[in-house]
Design a binder for this molecule. Structure first.
Ligand SMILES: [Mn+2]
Length: 455
């Protein structure tokens, strides 16, 4: 079949993205526009591909109560893309709750409908009137907010039904609910899905929850949602909240549905998962279980490079006891200089890679985000103050490039952490400063004294 024949077949076109975190670091002198630019690219991609609607999986906003500036910019951007002369070529059969879609209002011309659920960053606030920022935008007819439940003891999830000629889509959504709560509700069979009126509906469920990643010792099993909990009459699950962007759909072997995890459109933490290419997903549905999927790489991005370095390899692999020398101040200085040089060398390698990338890809932002994670088990605390100064002007995360960390796996460390006398916050603060594995009984006593003083 040729491309033109294909496009003549009636099809429902949806662009899916999630975790846009609009307003993230909006006051930052370098990164202030990043979240807005990334979201605008999604709107542009949707327009270019003439989608029937955009579907967003939560955390549209980074803050529960976005700043006025953030709201103002978002409203202006949405108005530019949402309104227009476009005649929508599909019918919306039902829309659960008191939330008619904006395009059903006969006084408005909507060109690009957007359906959104809330995430943990923009959930309806418990205090007050249970209002989310998404409610404000919905009332302004800029978006269609769904998946909101007022009673969290039992959920009945009704679909929004779309029909475009012979193509039928049933859209289910559950906005973020505390993971342990939703897990519990599923276990107690308190989540009910109203099936579509006929069997030929392509059923899509969008959620914003932690995704079960397999059984590991100590993994918070009940603090996530397992695909096996979701109804198997679904054809496609859209997983919001997870920021790692997956390029491909995953077919669940048990449930007979596909899972799509678009990932965030902006990196909100400087880690390996966020450093991967960001995507939005384009779906062209022709009938139940029959669709074309294209993963669209988002280009208007600030590149993030994350590299893990191990200190003992940086210094000298053949001298595992190099740290012993660090007891003398002179030797410490020598070693620290060598560490600095090595880290700078790695930094420059990344910068070179970045220069090549921006030469070939136009919309990438400059300067990049660079995070060097240096594992320093077996060494005293290293001071490399000069490094961050050297990186100034070359990165978007100035003063925040190098992070030292240390494995704390010794029995002593674990026992110490179990010490109930330590408050969690205090413990975290300590963990950032010092490794428990190196504590002598003497420092233990000092710490106990500190704890007493602290509380
Ligand atoms: Mn998020």
């Amino acid at each position: 079949m040729t491309q033109s024949q294909k496009s003549q077949r009636p099809a429902f076109r949806i662009l899916i993205a999630t975790d846009n975190h609009i307003g993230f670091k909006e006051d930052h002198h370098i990164r202030g526009d990043d979240s807005f630019d990334a979201f605008e690219e999604i709107l542009q991609v949707a327009k270019r591909n003439k989608v029937d609607f955009i579907l967003l999986g939560g955390d549209l906003f980074h803050e529960l109560t976005p700043s006025q500036n953030c709201l103002y910019r978002s409203i202006r951007m949405l108005q530019k893309y949402v309104f227009g002369g476009g005649d929508l070529s599909y019918e919306t059969k039902t829309l659960a709750g008191p939330y008619p879609a904006n395009y059903l209002n006969e006084n408005l011309n909507i060109d690009l409908p957007i359906f959104v659920i809330h995430g943990n960053h923009d959930y309806p606030m418990n205090a007050g009137d249970n209002i989310s920022t998404l409610d404000l935008l919905h009332a302004s007819k800029l978006i269609n907010y769904f998946g909101k439940f007022n009673n969290l003891d039992e959920l009945t999830v009704e679909p929004i039904l779309f029909e475009k000629g012979p193509v039928k889509v049933a859209l289910y959504g559950i906005g973020h609910i505390k993971d342990t709560r939703l897990h519990y509700l599923f276990e107690k069979k308190k989540v009910h899905f109203v099936p579509p009126p006929a069997e030929d509906y392509m059923c899509i469920l969008i959620i914003h929850q932690n995704r079960f990643k397999g059984i590991r010792p100590g993994a918070p099993y009940k603090n996530c949602i397992h695909p096996t909990m979701l109804p198997n009459f679904m054809d496609l699950i859209i997983w919001g909240n997870e920021h790692e962007s997956a390029e491909a759909l995953v077919e669940d072997p048990v449930q007979n549905f596909y899972i799509y995890q678009p990932g965030s459109s902006i990196a909100t933490s400087l880690n390996q998962a966020e450093a991967l290419q960001k995507h939005a997903g384009f779906f062209e549905i022709t009938e139940k279980k029959n669709f074309r999927f294209v993963s669209i790489a988002l280009r208007n991005q600030r590149p993030l490079y994350v590299k893990n370095l191990e200190l003992d390899q940086l210094i000298d692999n053949k001298k595992p006891n190099a740290f012993q020398k660090m007891k003398g101040d002179d030797d410490r200085e020598t070693i620290e200089r060598r560490v600095e040089d090595k880290i700078e060398e790695e930094f420059n390698k990344i910068l070179e890679e970045h220069e090549n990338n921006i030469a070939t890809q136009k919309r990438l932002k400059n300067p990049p985000l660079i995070r060097l994670k240096v594992e320093y088990s077996g060494f005293d605390i290293i001071r490399v103050k000069q490094l961050e100064l050297k990186f100034m002007g070359k990165v978007a995360n100035e003063g925040d490039v190098v992070k030292f960390w240390r494995k704390t796996t010794s029995k002593k460390a674990i026992d110490y952490r179990k010490n109930k006398k330590l408050g969690e916050d205090f413990e975290d603060a300590l963990r950032q400063k010092i490794s428990f594995e190196t504590l002598t009984s003497e420092t233990n006593d000092v710490l106990k004294g500190l704890v007493k003083f602290w509380f």
